[in-house]
Ligand binder design. Sequence first.
Ligand SMILES: Cc1cc2nc3c(=O)[nH]c(=O)nc-3n(C[C@H](O)[C@H](O)[C@H](O)COP(=O)(O)OP(=O)(O)OC[C@H]3O[C@@H](n4cnc5c(N)ncnc54)[C@H](O)[C@@H]3O)c2cc1C
Length: 388
Amino acid sequence: MIDETNHFDVVIAGAGPAGSSLAIRLAKQGLRVALVEQKRFPRHKLCGEFISPECLSHFQELGVLDELTATGIELKRTVFYTRKSTWAAVPSEWFGQSANALGLSRSKMDHALLERARDLNVEIFEEHNAVGLIRDGTNICGIRVKTSDANTNEIRADLTIDATGRSRVLVRHLDTAPRTKADFVAFKTHFTGANVPEGDCEIYAYRGGYGGCSGVENGRHNLCFIVSAILAKQYSGDAQSIMRNVLFTNERAKNALTNATVAEPWLAVAIENYGRFNLAPAEGLIAVGDAAAFIDPFTGSGMLLALECSRIAAAAIETNKGRSFNELADTYSREHSRSFDKRLRVSSLLRNMAFVPFLAESTIKLLSLSTALTRRIARSTRPSTRNQ
Ligand SMILES: Cc1cc2nc3c(=O)[nH]c(=O)nc-3n(C[C@H](O)[C@H](O)[C@H](O)COP(=O)(O)OP(=O)(O)OC[C@H]3O[C@@H](n4cnc5c(N)ncnc54)[C@H](O)[C@@H]3O)c2cc1C
């Protein structure tokens, strides 16, 4: 129930890693924060569930490290397979930290971050759908929300944050550009009994997309794969048929999953666009995480970007307390560009290669011959050591 007299310093829509981690950081600054999430947690979420090693230092700062590492499993390397099983491996330790990557469901990770925010007195509104912006002239001063019983309400705040992921629900209210058609569709589920070596995250190349499989908690494996929208349509969007007829053209994927059992209902999402969007589209509104920039999933670094982006936004908010919104927007945009522009450019190049079967296969074959080159390319999708 929302107290109509409530006015927050900050209202954040979306409790993924970007929204919850930002809520935690702002609550630690002493700000009064509202966090609005359309789902009730824990909930499953479509994702590769590969948590890059650099995320662990964020978890430490956010106060959830012990809980997450006690539940998740260590992923020591990512192995890229061509259709005929030539492979190239990227050890997790190349990402410049002493820790390995973590395999953990989004259900667990997102829930832990949300509960940590609650512990720090962030006001959490689950099952509240952010449906619109409250405007005072050109200034944004909060959001309109709809509850599961169809009540509409307002949450007012000095600063409004869109952390609704790729759907960019709030920003789209200001964006007059028509939505582009989704070129790709992603599917995910958990399996029991997958034949994947302990500690490996496997990436499979095939015509029209790629997929990844790695361990998560409770002895399960997460499978997440992407196909072109044309291929998805050809199989009427049926995940099981696409897995057998498309993903299984990769020998290693077939070997890993043929005798495994699906343990969760399949999830599917359309993927429209990648890259950087408008970070501060109106006075009083900024975007964080995927709503600000979306990096290709095969880099396994989207969650890292979300956590880093929120750290940058929190620092910009703190530095600019008492100053104008434009000063905050300038600091945030400058730091965002400095941290992510190069990575987004490299991953855009790699993505274009990943969807051309000949290039994807040739690259993995080339990388299988050169550890130094593999290391260089893997590192270029991550923060430079200067930024760590
Ligand atoms: C196929 C695929 C595989 C991926 N695999 C990986 C991987 O292995 N490793 C990795 O690091 N990254 C991966 N990513 C990227 C990663 O999932 C994202 O970068 C990350 O989730 C971004 O976090 P976020 O908080 O910005 O958005 P999200 O995690 O998308 O969170 C947004 C939240 O907002 C909520 N929301 C949406 N609309 C509303 C609304 N109207 N009102 C209220 N709440 C709302 C949603 O329910 C959700 O909880 C993958 C992405 C895809 C598409």
